[in-house]
Design a protein around this ligand. Structure first.
Ligand code: RIB
Length: 300
């Protein structure tokens, strides 16, 4: 089954520091790393590294970052027919600070990603229609996300929506046909207006989405694992304890591995378990896409 990932491209510019500078302060970073990022690209690359056939629909900048990102997708064996260059626009850039604990702070400038409009997405519809799963996040215009969900409906393709980064403007009524909704606790709280600090709160919030029609809510909770909630109940998958070096893109690696495994097996729980192990492995190395293991490294 081919997987269509429709989403963002960024260049991640990462500095590793023990202390984040205060306003007006200059500090020296311990280390620096620059490589491809963006939630859409990270998920597409993780799935492709694990051996999935991936179509990536994205807009890269008309600059050296855009060209570097495109070449990276080609090197990963991704179908780049709809990697569009946004004429005259800079590539998306993420400025990232990673602290000693592995925690990060990310500032994105979307650049070319805003050029992935519903009209541009419709150009890719005949190729998307041949895929068995559509994967979405929220670093592209919301109207494009809704158009992708409609394409899923038109062609009877299941859709996975990862509502990241959290967007207060996301309209729940336009996403209810999604097969999989994969937020973290913060995104779930923002969308439902409910507290998600406790497991009870997470369940309550997930249930409000199930009542509206979403079939599977999978909440990622970092080191606390992930929770799969359906109308039939909830199942928790624990996370492996590891020494995190860089947690950037861990959620994306989880989704990339989840969709690759699910596309082969159709087994949701087994896909969550493997995705959880894959994300735990990724955080032990620096970088985003560079930290993702290949199928040869990780196994099937
Ligand atoms: O989820 C991590 C990603 O968020 C980074 O790669 C950065 O580009 C931002 O999009």
């Amino acid at each position: 089954m081919k997987i269509a990932v429709i989403g963002s491209t960024m260049m991640d510019v990462v500095s590793y520091t023990d202390t984040v500078p205060a306003a007006g302060e200059t500090r020296e970073a311990r280390d620096f790393h620059m490589a491809g990022g963006g939630k859409g690209a990270n998920q597409a690359v993780a799935a492709a590294k694990l051996g999935a056939e991936v179509l990536f629909v994205t807009a890269v900048g008309d600059d050296v970052f855009g060209e570097t990102c495109r070449k990276n997708y080609e090197a990963c064996g991704i179908d780049t027919r709809y990697v569009m260059t946004a004429k005259g626009k800079p590539n998306g850039v993420a400025t990232i600070l990673v602290e000693e604990s592995g925690q990060n702070r990310i500032l994105i400038c979307k650049g070319a990603n805003d050029a992935l409009t519903p009209e541009r997405l419709r150009e890719a519809e005949p190729v998307i229609a041949e895929c068995g799963l559509i994967v979405l996040q929220l670093e592209i215009p919301l109207e494009t996300v809704y158009e992708a969900i409609e394409q899923g409906k038109r062609h009877d393709i299941p859709v996975l929506l990862n509502p990241a980064p959290a967007q207060p403007g996301l309209e729940v009524d336009r996403i209810v046909s999604c097969e999989f909704f994969v937020p973290n606790e913060t995104e779930l709280a923002l969308l439902t207006g409910l507290e998600t600090d406790t497991e009870e709160g997470v369940l309550q919030a997930a249930n409000t989405l199930l009542e509206k029609g979403i079939k599977n809510v999978i909440v990622t909770m970092g080191s606390r694992g992930s929770l799969w909630v359906t109308k039939d109940g909830a199942k928790q998958v624990s996370a492996e304890k590891v020494k995190a070096v860089d947690t950037t893109g861990a959620g994306d690696s989880y989704i990339g591995c989840f969709v690759e495994t699910w596309s082969r097996t159709g087994d949701i729980l087994a896909s969550m378990q493997r995705a959880s192990r894959y994300a735990a492995d990724a955080v032990t190395r620096p970088g985003t896409q560079d930290s993702y293991a290949t199928r040869e490294m990780f196994g099937v």
